[in-house]
Design a protein around this ligand. Structure first.
Ligand SMILES: [Zn+2]
Length: 83
């Protein structure tokens, strides 16, 4: 048999307990390189810098991303609406 509470807690006591339960805003800092808000101990998503060093090369990724849509535009020519 599982343990059971000996007596019922009053609504006041229940309310007091639940008054301490609340959401807290997550802590963040501003990136010293670009000034964007970032989480501490995490690489900046905007510039890819952490502790003054470039961890992720954002300029290289951007050029790759711009190439991909150009291929899709040339491939998508088979869309025709039937009347
Ligand atoms: Zn940054």
């Amino acid at each position: 048999m599982p343990q059971e509470p000996k007596k019922r807690h009053s609504r006041q006591r229940q309310g007091k307990r639940r008054a301490a339960i609340k959401l807290t805003a997550s802590k963040y800092i501003f990136c010293p390189n670009c000034g964007n808000p970032v989480f501490p101990h995490v690489v900046c998503k905007n510039c890819g810098f952490y502790k003054g060093k470039e961890i992720i090369n954002k300029t290289k990724k951007l050029s790759e991303a711009t190439r991909q849509p150009a291929r899709q535009e040339s491939a998508s020519g088979g869309k025709e609406e039937k009347k």
